[in-house]
Design a binder for this molecule. Structure first.
Ligand SMILES: Cc1cc2nc3c(=O)[nH]c(=O)nc-3n(C[C@H](O)[C@H](O)[C@H](O)COP(=O)(O)OP(=O)(O)OC[C@H]3O[C@@H](n4cnc5c(N)ncnc54)[C@H](O)[C@@H]3O)c2cc1C
Length: 509
Protein backbone atom coordinates (compact mmCIF):
# COMPACT_ATOMS: atom_id res chain seq x y z
CA UNK A 1 0.00 0.00 0.00
CA UNK A 2 1.19 3.54 -0.77
CA UNK A 3 2.07 5.08 2.61
CA UNK A 4 3.30 8.37 1.18
CA UNK A 5 1.97 11.59 2.63
CA UNK A 6 -0.36 13.23 0.16
CA UNK A 7 -1.65 16.30 2.03
CA UNK A 8 0.37 18.84 3.98
CA UNK A 9 -0.96 21.96 5.67
CA UNK A 10 1.39 24.73 6.79
CA UNK A 11 -0.21 27.12 9.28
CA UNK A 12 1.41 30.58 9.15
CA UNK A 13 2.78 32.78 6.41
CA UNK A 14 5.70 34.52 8.10
CA UNK A 15 9.32 33.88 7.14
CA UNK A 16 9.12 30.34 8.54
CA UNK A 17 5.92 29.39 6.70
CA UNK A 18 7.04 30.61 3.30
CA UNK A 19 10.60 29.24 3.65
CA UNK A 20 9.05 25.86 4.45
CA UNK A 21 6.60 26.04 1.55
CA UNK A 22 9.36 27.05 -0.89
CA UNK A 23 11.64 24.21 0.23
CA UNK A 24 8.80 21.66 0.00
CA UNK A 25 8.18 22.64 -3.63
CA UNK A 26 11.83 21.95 -4.33
CA UNK A 27 12.15 18.59 -2.57
CA UNK A 28 8.75 16.89 -2.45
CA UNK A 29 7.03 15.12 -5.30
CA UNK A 30 4.43 17.67 -6.26
CA UNK A 31 2.44 15.20 -8.33
CA UNK A 32 1.62 13.05 -5.31
CA UNK A 33 1.53 15.64 -2.54
CA UNK A 34 -0.69 18.68 -2.10
CA UNK A 35 0.80 21.59 -0.13
CA UNK A 36 -1.48 24.20 1.36
CA UNK A 37 -0.54 27.23 3.44
CA UNK A 38 -3.08 28.95 5.67
CA UNK A 39 -2.39 32.43 6.98
CA UNK A 40 -4.44 35.20 8.47
CA UNK A 41 -4.19 38.86 7.54
CA UNK A 42 -5.71 39.57 10.97
CA UNK A 43 -2.58 38.28 12.73
CA UNK A 44 0.63 40.17 11.99
CA UNK A 45 3.91 38.43 11.30
CA UNK A 46 6.88 39.32 13.49
CA UNK A 47 8.67 40.62 10.41
CA UNK A 48 11.90 41.73 12.08
CA UNK A 49 14.26 38.90 11.13
CA UNK A 50 16.55 41.13 9.12
CA UNK A 51 20.05 39.93 9.91
CA UNK A 52 21.32 36.53 8.83
CA UNK A 53 24.44 34.39 8.94
CA UNK A 54 26.26 32.90 5.94
CA UNK A 55 24.24 29.65 6.06
CA UNK A 56 21.28 31.50 4.48
CA UNK A 57 23.14 31.29 1.18
CA UNK A 58 23.07 27.51 1.36
CA UNK A 59 19.30 27.62 1.68
CA UNK A 60 18.82 30.08 -1.18
CA UNK A 61 21.26 28.15 -3.38
CA UNK A 62 19.48 24.86 -2.71
CA UNK A 63 16.25 26.44 -3.86
CA UNK A 64 17.98 27.85 -6.92
CA UNK A 65 17.29 31.49 -5.99
CA UNK A 66 19.24 34.03 -8.00
CA UNK A 67 21.25 36.17 -5.57
CA UNK A 68 20.95 39.44 -7.48
CA UNK A 69 17.20 39.09 -7.93
CA UNK A 70 16.78 38.16 -4.27
CA UNK A 71 18.87 41.14 -3.11
CA UNK A 72 16.96 43.56 -5.30
CA UNK A 73 13.57 42.24 -4.18
CA UNK A 74 14.41 42.37 -0.47
CA UNK A 75 16.53 45.58 -0.32
CA UNK A 76 19.38 43.39 0.91
CA UNK A 77 22.89 44.48 1.81
CA UNK A 78 25.96 42.32 2.44
CA UNK A 79 26.93 41.33 5.96
CA UNK A 80 30.46 40.34 7.00
CA UNK A 81 29.88 40.23 10.74
CA UNK A 82 28.45 41.82 13.86
CA UNK A 83 30.02 44.66 15.77
CA UNK A 84 29.66 44.35 19.53
CA UNK A 85 30.01 47.60 21.44
CA UNK A 86 30.21 47.86 25.23
CA UNK A 87 29.85 44.10 25.79
CA UNK A 88 33.15 43.14 27.41
CA UNK A 89 33.23 46.50 29.15
CA UNK A 90 31.97 50.03 28.56
CA UNK A 91 33.80 51.76 25.71
CA UNK A 92 35.08 48.53 24.21
CA UNK A 93 34.23 47.14 20.74
CA UNK A 94 34.99 44.07 18.65
CA UNK A 95 33.57 42.43 15.56
CA UNK A 96 32.53 38.83 15.20
CA UNK A 97 33.53 38.64 11.55
CA UNK A 98 32.69 35.66 9.33
CA UNK A 99 36.19 34.51 8.49
CA UNK A 100 39.45 32.95 9.58
CA UNK A 101 42.34 34.45 11.50
CA UNK A 102 45.41 34.01 9.30
CA UNK A 103 46.18 30.43 8.32
CA UNK A 104 47.28 27.46 10.44
CA UNK A 105 51.02 26.81 10.27
CA UNK A 106 52.29 23.25 10.74
CA UNK A 107 48.74 22.31 11.72
CA UNK A 108 48.72 24.77 14.61
CA UNK A 109 46.02 27.41 14.63
CA UNK A 110 47.17 30.92 13.73
CA UNK A 111 45.92 32.39 16.98
CA UNK A 112 48.56 30.43 18.92
CA UNK A 113 51.28 32.31 17.01
CA UNK A 114 49.51 35.55 17.80
CA UNK A 115 49.39 34.52 21.47
CA UNK A 116 53.12 33.87 21.48
CA UNK A 117 53.85 37.37 20.20
CA UNK A 118 51.40 38.80 22.67
CA UNK A 119 53.23 37.11 25.50
CA UNK A 120 56.34 38.84 24.20
CA UNK A 121 54.66 42.23 24.49
CA UNK A 122 53.21 42.72 21.00
CA UNK A 123 49.79 44.37 21.45
CA UNK A 124 48.55 44.11 17.83
CA UNK A 125 44.86 43.11 18.07
CA UNK A 126 44.04 39.73 16.54
CA UNK A 127 41.45 41.51 14.36
CA UNK A 128 44.17 42.79 12.09
CA UNK A 129 44.79 39.22 10.92
CA UNK A 130 41.17 38.68 9.94
CA UNK A 131 40.18 39.83 6.46
CA UNK A 132 36.42 40.42 6.99
CA UNK A 133 37.14 42.24 10.25
CA UNK A 134 39.41 44.68 8.43
CA UNK A 135 36.83 44.96 5.62
CA UNK A 136 34.19 45.90 8.23
CA UNK A 137 36.56 48.47 9.77
CA UNK A 138 37.10 50.06 6.37
CA UNK A 139 33.49 49.56 5.17
CA UNK A 140 34.53 47.50 2.12
CA UNK A 141 33.05 44.48 0.39
CA UNK A 142 33.64 42.05 -2.43
CA UNK A 143 32.60 38.46 -2.97
CA UNK A 144 35.19 35.89 -1.86
CA UNK A 145 37.49 34.54 -4.57
CA UNK A 146 38.07 30.84 -5.34
CA UNK A 147 41.88 30.86 -5.07
CA UNK A 148 42.70 29.25 -1.67
CA UNK A 149 46.09 31.01 -1.62
CA UNK A 150 44.41 34.42 -1.51
CA UNK A 151 43.32 36.07 1.74
CA UNK A 152 40.21 37.02 -0.19
CA UNK A 153 39.11 33.38 -0.12
CA UNK A 154 39.11 32.99 3.66
CA UNK A 155 35.78 34.47 4.65
CA UNK A 156 32.01 34.15 4.25
CA UNK A 157 29.21 36.60 3.86
CA UNK A 158 25.53 36.82 4.71
CA UNK A 159 22.80 39.42 4.15
CA UNK A 160 20.73 42.00 5.89
CA UNK A 161 17.32 42.01 4.24
CA UNK A 162 13.73 43.07 4.70
CA UNK A 163 12.17 39.96 6.24
CA UNK A 164 8.66 40.88 5.15
CA UNK A 165 9.83 41.26 1.57
CA UNK A 166 11.70 37.95 1.81
CA UNK A 167 8.50 36.18 2.91
CA UNK A 168 6.61 37.87 0.05
CA UNK A 169 9.28 36.84 -2.43
CA UNK A 170 9.12 33.23 -1.26
CA UNK A 171 5.33 33.36 -1.38
CA UNK A 172 5.46 34.27 -5.08
CA UNK A 173 8.07 31.57 -5.60
CA UNK A 174 5.99 28.91 -3.85
CA UNK A 175 2.66 29.84 -5.44
CA UNK A 176 4.24 29.67 -8.89
CA UNK A 177 5.31 26.13 -8.01
CA UNK A 178 1.88 24.98 -6.92
CA UNK A 179 1.48 25.85 -3.23
CA UNK A 180 -2.11 26.79 -2.54
CA UNK A 181 -2.55 29.73 -0.15
CA UNK A 182 -5.70 30.13 1.91
CA UNK A 183 -6.47 33.34 3.71
CA UNK A 184 -8.21 32.56 6.98
CA UNK A 185 -7.88 32.42 10.73
CA UNK A 186 -7.54 28.98 12.29
CA UNK A 187 -9.98 28.83 15.21
CA UNK A 188 -10.14 25.16 16.08
CA UNK A 189 -8.68 21.71 15.40
CA UNK A 190 -9.68 18.09 15.78
CA UNK A 191 -7.45 15.36 17.13
CA UNK A 192 -7.61 11.65 16.35
CA UNK A 193 -8.91 9.92 19.48
CA UNK A 194 -6.57 6.95 19.11
CA UNK A 195 -3.24 8.35 17.89
CA UNK A 196 -3.59 11.89 19.23
CA UNK A 197 -2.58 13.16 15.78
CA UNK A 198 -4.05 16.36 14.42
CA UNK A 199 -6.73 15.36 11.96
CA UNK A 200 -7.98 18.74 10.76
CA UNK A 201 -8.08 22.47 11.40
CA UNK A 202 -11.13 24.69 11.19
CA UNK A 203 -11.09 28.25 9.87
CA UNK A 204 -13.22 31.15 11.04
CA UNK A 205 -15.13 30.83 7.76
CA UNK A 206 -16.21 27.35 8.86
CA UNK A 207 -14.02 25.59 6.33
CA UNK A 208 -12.50 22.36 7.67
CA UNK A 209 -9.09 21.38 6.26
CA UNK A 210 -7.78 17.85 6.72
CA UNK A 211 -4.18 16.75 6.23
CA UNK A 212 -1.80 13.97 7.17
CA UNK A 213 1.04 16.30 8.12
CA UNK A 214 0.79 19.74 9.76
CA UNK A 215 3.62 22.25 9.91
CA UNK A 216 3.13 24.79 12.66
CA UNK A 217 4.60 28.13 11.57
CA UNK A 218 2.13 30.17 13.59
CA UNK A 219 4.77 32.11 15.52
CA UNK A 220 5.12 32.49 19.29
CA UNK A 221 1.58 31.26 19.95
CA UNK A 222 2.43 27.70 18.77
CA UNK A 223 -1.14 27.17 17.66
CA UNK A 224 -0.83 23.47 16.84
CA UNK A 225 2.32 22.29 18.63
CA UNK A 226 1.24 23.83 21.96
CA UNK A 227 -2.41 24.77 21.93
CA UNK A 228 -3.47 21.54 20.19
CA UNK A 229 -0.78 19.06 21.27
CA UNK A 230 0.35 20.53 24.62
CA UNK A 231 3.96 19.70 23.86
CA UNK A 232 5.57 21.86 26.57
CA UNK A 233 8.37 24.43 26.48
CA UNK A 234 11.89 24.47 27.93
CA UNK A 235 12.37 27.92 29.37
CA UNK A 236 16.00 29.17 29.11
CA UNK A 237 15.48 32.62 30.58
CA UNK A 238 17.84 31.78 33.45
CA UNK A 239 20.59 31.89 30.80
CA UNK A 240 19.18 34.34 28.25
CA UNK A 241 17.24 36.84 30.36
CA UNK A 242 16.00 39.28 27.68
CA UNK A 243 12.26 38.90 27.18
CA UNK A 244 11.14 41.95 25.17
CA UNK A 245 12.13 44.13 22.27
CA UNK A 246 11.03 47.40 20.73
CA UNK A 247 11.62 47.46 16.97
CA UNK A 248 11.46 50.36 14.53
CA UNK A 249 12.65 51.27 11.02
CA UNK A 250 14.78 54.34 10.48
CA UNK A 251 15.62 56.45 7.43
CA UNK A 252 19.25 57.08 6.55
CA UNK A 253 20.31 60.55 7.66
CA UNK A 254 21.17 61.62 4.13
CA UNK A 255 22.32 60.32 0.76
CA UNK A 256 25.93 60.17 1.88
CA UNK A 257 25.40 58.03 4.98
CA UNK A 258 27.56 54.92 4.56
CA UNK A 259 25.95 51.47 4.55
CA UNK A 260 28.25 49.37 6.76
CA UNK A 261 28.70 45.69 5.83
CA UNK A 262 27.94 44.60 9.39
CA UNK A 263 25.21 44.57 12.03
CA UNK A 264 25.72 46.72 15.06
CA UNK A 265 24.88 45.36 18.53
CA UNK A 266 25.42 47.93 21.23
CA UNK A 267 25.07 46.76 24.84
CA UNK A 268 22.92 49.03 27.02
CA UNK A 269 21.93 49.07 30.67
CA UNK A 270 19.58 46.04 30.58
CA UNK A 271 20.03 44.57 27.11
CA UNK A 272 21.28 45.80 23.78
CA UNK A 273 20.31 47.68 20.64
CA UNK A 274 20.61 46.47 17.05
CA UNK A 275 21.11 48.47 13.90
CA UNK A 276 20.73 46.60 10.65
CA UNK A 277 21.59 48.49 7.46
CA UNK A 278 19.45 47.69 4.40
CA UNK A 279 19.69 49.39 1.01
CA UNK A 280 16.89 51.87 1.69
CA UNK A 281 16.65 52.16 5.50
CA UNK A 282 17.93 50.62 8.71
CA UNK A 283 16.13 48.29 11.08
CA UNK A 284 16.68 49.18 14.73
CA UNK A 285 15.58 47.54 17.92
CA UNK A 286 16.18 47.47 21.65
CA UNK A 287 16.22 43.98 23.18
CA UNK A 288 15.88 44.09 26.95
CA UNK A 289 14.75 42.33 30.10
CA UNK A 290 11.75 44.07 31.61
CA UNK A 291 12.72 42.99 35.11
CA UNK A 292 15.51 45.59 34.93
CA UNK A 293 14.04 48.40 32.83
CA UNK A 294 10.48 49.65 32.25
CA UNK A 295 8.86 49.52 28.82
CA UNK A 296 8.65 53.32 28.68
CA UNK A 297 12.32 53.69 29.46
CA UNK A 298 13.26 50.97 26.95
CA UNK A 299 11.27 52.63 24.15
CA UNK A 300 12.77 56.03 24.99
CA UNK A 301 16.29 54.54 24.97
CA UNK A 302 15.68 53.07 21.53
CA UNK A 303 14.60 56.42 20.13
CA UNK A 304 17.55 58.22 21.74
CA UNK A 305 19.97 55.81 20.10
CA UNK A 306 18.71 55.76 16.52
CA UNK A 307 20.64 57.82 14.03
CA UNK A 308 18.13 58.90 11.36
CA UNK A 309 14.41 59.76 11.32
CA UNK A 310 12.10 57.11 12.83
CA UNK A 311 9.70 55.62 10.28
CA UNK A 312 6.73 54.89 12.55
CA UNK A 313 6.37 54.06 16.21
CA UNK A 314 8.38 51.46 18.17
CA UNK A 315 6.64 48.08 18.10
CA UNK A 316 6.78 45.90 21.22
CA UNK A 317 7.51 42.18 20.92
CA UNK A 318 7.51 39.90 23.94
CA UNK A 319 9.09 36.45 24.17
CA UNK A 320 10.43 33.76 26.47
CA UNK A 321 13.79 32.38 25.39
CA UNK A 322 13.79 28.62 25.01
CA UNK A 323 12.47 25.87 22.80
CA UNK A 324 9.63 23.40 22.51
CA UNK A 325 10.28 20.13 24.42
CA UNK A 326 9.82 18.37 21.10
CA UNK A 327 9.80 20.47 17.95
CA UNK A 328 8.28 17.45 16.14
CA UNK A 329 5.36 15.91 18.03
CA UNK A 330 3.13 13.25 16.41
CA UNK A 331 2.15 14.56 12.95
CA UNK A 332 3.09 18.17 13.66
CA UNK A 333 6.44 19.88 13.20
CA UNK A 334 6.95 23.36 14.63
CA UNK A 335 9.25 25.53 12.57
CA UNK A 336 10.25 29.11 13.37
CA UNK A 337 9.07 30.95 16.46
CA UNK A 338 6.52 28.23 17.23
CA UNK A 339 9.50 25.86 17.73
CA UNK A 340 11.54 28.20 19.92
CA UNK A 341 13.33 31.49 20.15
CA UNK A 342 16.70 32.33 21.63
CA UNK A 343 17.19 35.98 20.90
CA UNK A 344 18.42 37.94 17.89
CA UNK A 345 21.99 38.72 19.02
CA UNK A 346 23.77 36.33 16.64
CA UNK A 347 21.01 36.21 13.98
CA UNK A 348 20.42 32.50 14.52
CA UNK A 349 16.62 32.32 14.12
CA UNK A 350 16.41 32.13 10.35
CA UNK A 351 19.33 29.69 10.43
CA UNK A 352 17.34 27.49 12.87
CA UNK A 353 14.37 27.69 10.51
CA UNK A 354 16.37 26.53 7.52
CA UNK A 355 18.05 23.80 9.58
CA UNK A 356 14.68 22.55 10.77
CA UNK A 357 13.33 22.50 7.21
CA UNK A 358 16.30 20.74 5.64
CA UNK A 359 16.65 18.21 8.48
CA UNK A 360 12.94 17.49 8.35
CA UNK A 361 13.07 16.92 4.61
CA UNK A 362 16.00 14.56 5.08
CA UNK A 363 13.98 12.42 7.51
CA UNK A 364 10.65 12.96 5.80
CA UNK A 365 8.08 10.53 7.25
CA UNK A 366 5.40 8.38 5.70
CA UNK A 367 1.91 8.11 7.15
CA UNK A 368 3.15 5.81 9.93
CA UNK A 369 5.23 8.58 11.53
CA UNK A 370 7.77 6.12 12.97
CA UNK A 371 9.03 7.12 16.42
CA UNK A 372 12.71 6.48 15.63
CA UNK A 373 12.80 9.13 12.90
CA UNK A 374 10.94 11.64 15.05
CA UNK A 375 13.25 11.06 18.02
CA UNK A 376 16.35 11.48 15.87
CA UNK A 377 15.04 14.73 14.40
CA UNK A 378 14.21 16.08 17.87
CA UNK A 379 17.64 15.08 19.19
CA UNK A 380 19.40 16.86 16.35
CA UNK A 381 17.27 20.00 16.63
CA UNK A 382 17.82 20.16 20.40
CA UNK A 383 21.58 20.00 19.76
CA UNK A 384 21.32 22.88 17.28
CA UNK A 385 19.31 25.07 19.65
CA UNK A 386 21.69 24.29 22.54
CA UNK A 387 24.76 25.11 20.44
CA UNK A 388 23.29 28.48 19.49
CA UNK A 389 22.12 29.08 23.07
CA UNK A 390 25.58 28.48 24.55
CA UNK A 391 27.25 30.76 22.04
CA UNK A 392 24.80 33.51 22.94
CA UNK A 393 25.26 33.05 26.68
CA UNK A 394 28.99 33.62 26.24
CA UNK A 395 28.34 37.24 25.19
CA UNK A 396 26.36 37.97 28.35
CA UNK A 397 28.39 35.99 30.84
CA UNK A 398 31.97 36.78 29.80
CA UNK A 399 31.76 40.45 30.67
CA UNK A 400 33.63 42.69 33.04
CA UNK A 401 30.70 45.11 33.22
CA UNK A 402 29.54 45.81 36.74
CA UNK A 403 27.69 49.05 36.16
CA UNK A 404 24.09 47.75 36.35
CA UNK A 405 22.23 44.95 38.17
CA UNK A 406 21.51 43.34 34.76
CA UNK A 407 25.20 42.93 33.91
CA UNK A 408 26.09 41.87 37.45
CA UNK A 409 23.50 39.11 37.24
CA UNK A 410 24.71 38.01 33.79
CA UNK A 411 28.33 37.90 34.95
CA UNK A 412 27.45 35.86 38.01
CA UNK A 413 24.91 33.46 36.49
CA UNK A 414 25.47 29.71 36.32
CA UNK A 415 26.15 28.61 32.78
CA UNK A 416 25.60 25.25 31.03
CA UNK A 417 28.35 22.69 31.65
CA UNK A 418 29.35 22.44 28.00
CA UNK A 419 29.98 26.18 27.78
CA UNK A 420 31.85 26.20 31.08
CA UNK A 421 34.07 23.45 29.67
CA UNK A 422 34.74 25.37 26.44
CA UNK A 423 35.70 28.51 28.35
CA UNK A 424 37.92 26.62 30.78
CA UNK A 425 39.74 24.82 28.00
CA UNK A 426 40.26 28.00 26.04
CA UNK A 427 41.56 29.87 29.08
CA UNK A 428 43.94 27.06 29.94
CA UNK A 429 45.56 26.48 26.54
CA UNK A 430 43.84 28.42 23.77
CA UNK A 431 42.10 25.32 22.49
CA UNK A 432 38.64 25.76 20.95
CA UNK A 433 36.42 22.74 21.44
CA UNK A 434 33.82 22.24 18.70
CA UNK A 435 32.44 19.57 16.37
CA UNK A 436 32.76 20.04 12.60
CA UNK A 437 28.99 19.79 12.28
CA UNK A 438 28.43 22.73 14.63
CA UNK A 439 27.19 26.06 13.41
CA UNK A 440 29.83 28.02 15.29
CA UNK A 441 33.32 26.72 14.70
CA UNK A 442 36.81 27.81 15.68
CA UNK A 443 36.92 31.31 14.18
CA UNK A 444 33.48 32.17 15.58
CA UNK A 445 34.39 31.11 19.11
CA UNK A 446 37.76 32.85 18.85
CA UNK A 447 36.12 36.13 17.82
CA UNK A 448 33.72 36.15 20.74
CA UNK A 449 35.99 34.65 23.41
CA UNK A 450 38.82 37.06 22.65
CA UNK A 451 36.42 39.93 22.01
CA UNK A 452 34.80 39.37 25.40
CA UNK A 453 38.20 39.25 27.06
CA UNK A 454 38.53 35.49 27.61
CA UNK A 455 42.24 35.06 26.98
CA UNK A 456 44.36 31.90 27.14
CA UNK A 457 47.14 31.60 29.70
CA UNK A 458 49.24 29.46 27.34
CA UNK A 459 49.67 28.88 23.66
CA UNK A 460 50.18 25.54 21.90
CA UNK A 461 53.77 24.39 22.73
CA UNK A 462 54.31 23.33 19.11
CA UNK A 463 54.54 27.03 18.24
CA UNK A 464 57.98 27.11 19.84
CA UNK A 465 59.30 25.06 16.95
CA UNK A 466 59.37 28.45 15.21
CA UNK A 467 61.70 31.18 16.45
CA UNK A 468 60.30 34.50 17.66
CA UNK A 469 61.62 36.44 14.70
CA UNK A 470 60.07 34.04 12.24
CA UNK A 471 56.72 34.31 14.05
CA UNK A 472 57.00 38.10 13.87
CA UNK A 473 57.63 37.92 10.12
CA UNK A 474 54.70 35.54 9.59
CA UNK A 475 52.29 37.79 11.43
CA UNK A 476 53.54 40.99 9.86
CA UNK A 477 53.24 39.51 6.39
CA UNK A 478 49.69 38.29 7.10
CA UNK A 479 48.66 41.66 8.52
CA UNK A 480 50.08 43.73 5.68
CA UNK A 481 48.70 41.44 2.94
CA UNK A 482 45.19 41.66 4.41
CA UNK A 483 45.44 45.43 4.76
CA UNK A 484 46.68 45.89 1.20
CA UNK A 485 44.01 43.63 -0.29
CA UNK A 486 41.16 45.21 1.67
CA UNK A 487 42.23 48.76 0.88
CA UNK A 488 41.90 47.91 -2.81
CA UNK A 489 38.24 46.85 -2.42
CA UNK A 490 35.24 49.07 -3.21
CA UNK A 491 33.24 50.59 -0.37
CA UNK A 492 30.23 48.49 0.48
CA UNK A 493 27.56 50.81 -0.99
CA UNK A 494 29.48 50.98 -4.25
CA UNK A 495 29.88 47.17 -4.36
CA UNK A 496 26.14 46.84 -3.74
CA UNK A 497 25.24 49.32 -6.46
CA UNK A 498 27.48 47.59 -8.99
CA UNK A 499 26.24 44.13 -8.08
CA UNK A 500 22.54 44.84 -7.95
CA UNK A 501 22.72 47.27 -10.88
CA UNK A 502 19.55 48.77 -9.56
CA UNK A 503 17.77 52.04 -9.60
CA UNK A 504 17.32 51.26 -5.89
CA UNK A 505 20.89 52.24 -5.36
CA UNK A 506 21.09 55.16 -7.72
CA UNK A 507 21.97 57.46 -4.82
CA UNK A 508 25.35 55.72 -4.56
CA UNK A 509 26.36 56.04 -8.22
C1 LIG B 1 12.89 41.16 18.38
C2 LIG B 1 13.21 40.12 17.35
C3 LIG B 1 14.26 40.32 16.47
C4 LIG B 1 14.58 39.33 15.53
N1 LIG B 1 15.66 39.50 14.70
C5 LIG B 1 16.06 38.49 13.92
C6 LIG B 1 17.21 38.57 13.12
O1 LIG B 1 17.86 39.61 13.05
N2 LIG B 1 17.57 37.50 12.39
C7 LIG B 1 16.88 36.33 12.43
O2 LIG B 1 17.29 35.35 11.81
N3 LIG B 1 15.74 36.25 13.12
C8 LIG B 1 15.33 37.28 13.88
N4 LIG B 1 14.19 37.16 14.61
C9 LIG B 1 13.37 35.97 14.47
C10 LIG B 1 12.55 36.08 13.21
O3 LIG B 1 11.77 37.26 13.23
C11 LIG B 1 11.65 34.88 13.07
O4 LIG B 1 12.40 33.72 13.24
C12 LIG B 1 11.01 34.84 11.74
O5 LIG B 1 10.38 36.05 11.44
C13 LIG B 1 10.01 33.72 11.64
O6 LIG B 1 8.83 34.03 12.29
P1 LIG B 1 7.64 33.01 12.11
O7 LIG B 1 7.35 32.88 10.66
O8 LIG B 1 7.97 31.78 12.88
O9 LIG B 1 6.44 33.71 12.88
P2 LIG B 1 5.57 35.00 12.53
O10 LIG B 1 6.32 36.01 11.76
O11 LIG B 1 4.97 35.42 13.83
O12 LIG B 1 4.42 34.46 11.59
C14 LIG B 1 3.32 33.75 12.11
C15 LIG B 1 2.31 33.51 11.02
O13 LIG B 1 1.28 32.68 11.53
C16 LIG B 1 0.03 33.22 11.17
N5 LIG B 1 -0.95 32.84 12.18
C17 LIG B 1 -0.82 32.88 13.52
N6 LIG B 1 -1.97 32.45 14.11
C18 LIG B 1 -2.81 32.12 13.12
C19 LIG B 1 -4.14 31.63 13.08
N7 LIG B 1 -4.85 31.41 14.18
N8 LIG B 1 -4.69 31.39 11.86
C20 LIG B 1 -4.00 31.62 10.71
N9 LIG B 1 -2.76 32.09 10.70
C21 LIG B 1 -2.17 32.35 11.88
C22 LIG B 1 0.25 34.73 11.10
O14 LIG B 1 -0.73 35.37 10.31
C23 LIG B 1 1.63 34.76 10.46
O15 LIG B 1 1.49 34.64 9.07
C24 LIG B 1 13.82 38.15 15.49
C25 LIG B 1 12.72 37.98 16.34
C26 LIG B 1 12.42 38.95 17.27
C27 LIG B 1 11.26 38.75 18.19
Amino acid sequence: MDRRISKIVIVGGGTAGWMTAAAFTRYLDRASCEIRLVESDQIMTVGVGEATIPAIRVFNDRLGIDEIEFMRKTNASFKLGIQFENWAQQGDAYIHAFGYYGQPVNDVGFHHYWLKLRQHGDQTPINEYNMPHVACDLGRFRHPVDDPASVLSRYFYAFHFDATLYAQYLRGWSEQRGVRRTEGKVVDFTLDGESGHIRSIRLESGEQIEAELFIDCSGFRGLLIEQALKTGYQDWSQYLPCNSAFAISTAYRDEQTPIPPFTRARALQAGWQWRIPLQNRTGDGHVFCDRYISHDEAAATLLENIEGRALGEPRLLRFTTGMRKKTWNRNCVSIGLSGGFLEPLESTSIYLIQTAILKFISCFPDRDFGAAGIDEYNRQMTDKYEEARDFLILHYHATRRDDTPFWNDCRNMEIPEELAHRMKLFRARGFVSFKESELFVEHNWLAVMIGQGVLPQRYDPRVDAMGLEQVQQLLEQTRSTIRREVEALPVHARALADYCKGELLSRHR
